[in-house]
Design a protein around this ligand. Structure first.
Ligand SMILES: NC(=O)c1ccc[n+]([C@@H]2O[C@H](COP(=O)([O-])OP(=O)(O)OC[C@H]3O[C@@H](n4cnc5c(N)ncnc54)[C@H](OP(=O)(O)O)[C@@H]3O)[C@@H](O)[C@H]2O)c1
Length: 304
């Protein structure tokens, strides 16, 4: 048997539990993977709460992004072999907070030796979103990127990608994150009352792109800073971004491989700030569900 963390009903975390199941077997185009680490993301609790819909039956396996070792290769897979270290998206229904899972070969890339399993587990969802959000609209050297929610999993990586491209990066976060935000080279601005005027002081001409990782009023309050409404991208709140003339984050299928290389060359640090063993996955999810995580929280299934 093999352990997996699931939710049994929509609502609060009381519906979550660690259960046993037979280790899943890969089908056509799939890899069987022994999970070493899995990244925690807001989507994990949003699926459990019912805020984001899904078509799976209870119990629903939790966790979307994993790094691990290939234990079995399904028919029709080229380019992967048993023993390969990979990172990728857990296939729907199989979950990442698990001892074993399934990853579609098309959703996997080989993990570079230089990248730890912990860091690799932040790539398929969070780092990839950071890459997508900083490449969807081309900015030039010196142009200004404003990141709302810069202190979280996606934000710290997006800020570092922005600095690699020599953009001027400004980020909003709570005061507790000032130091870590400034360590990326970004200019820190505290959110809350008066945030728009604080930003206007730093960027009197406005900004070339707003990458929103918070949504709602946090986006509405500062949207006027965008030099054009189309210069708003949101990973958190497509509805508000679209209302304001911007757009939702669009996923580029090359992004996961590209950001893996960037992390391999140590140009971006995923900032894993907290690690929990599989039997404490609930605490890992709660840390992200608090809405105030710093960098990435991971579930470390096999501790190093
Ligand atoms: N579409 C996709 O593919 C995709 C992929 C990944 C993530 N996302 C979405 O992107 C969003 C961010 O994800 P994440 O993984 O980075 O989340 P996260 O790690 O939970 O970080 C969220 C950050 O926002 C900060 N924050 C909260 N309220 C804020 C406000 N009013 N202004 C500025 N910062 C605020 C929080 O800390 P402080 O309040 O302490 O500063 C926290 O650091 C989520 O909505 C997630 O679902 C989408």
């Amino acid at each position: 048997m093999s352990k997996v963390y699931v939710f049994n009903s929509h609502g609060g975390p009381e519906g979550q539990e660690l259960i046993d199941r037979p280790a899943p077997e890969p089908g056509l185009g799939e890899l069987g993977v022994q999970v070493h680490a899995a990244g925690v993301n807001p989507i994990d609790w949003k699926l459990r709460s019912g805020e984001v819909s899904h078509d799976q039956e209870f119990p629903v396996a939790m966790g979307q992004e994993v790094a691990g070792v290939v234990t079995a290769v399904g028919d029709g897979v080229d380019g992967f072999a048993v023993g390969d270290e990979i990172l990728g998206l857990a296939a729907p229904g199989h979950g990442g907070f698990a001892e074993h899972t399934i990853v579609r070969a098309t959703d996997a890339v080989v993990k570079p030796e230089e990248v730890s399993f912990a860091d690799a587990a932040t790539i398929p969802v969070a780092a990839t979103a950071a890459y997508d959000g900083t490449h969807q609209i081309d900015l030039e050297v010196g142009q200004t990127l404003l990141i709302l929610g810069v202190g979280g999993g996606v934000g710290l990586m997006a800020a570092q990608i922005g600095k690699v491209h020599e953009f001027t990066v400004i980020g909003t976060a709570s005061e507790s994150k000032r130091e870590i935000v400034e360590s990326t080279g970004a200019t820190f601005v505290a959110y809350g009352d008066g945030v728009a005027s604080r930003l206007r002081e730093i960027a009197p001409e406005g900004v070339d792109l707003i990458l929103d990782l918070v949504g709602g009023d946090a986006l509405r309050d500062v949207a006027d800073l965008a030099r054009a409404p189309g210069r708003i991208i949101s990973a958190a709140d497509a509805t508000t971004a679209t209302e304001l003339g911007g757009s939702a984050l669009i996923h580029n299928e090359e992004a996961m491989g590209k950001i893996t290389d960037v992390i391999k060359y140590e140009l971006v640090d995923p900032h894993v700030s907290a690690r929990f063993p599989l039997d404490r996955a609930g605490e890992a999810i709660a840390a992200v569900e608090s809405g105030h995580a710093t960098g990435k929280v991971i579930v470390e299934v096999i501790a190093v």
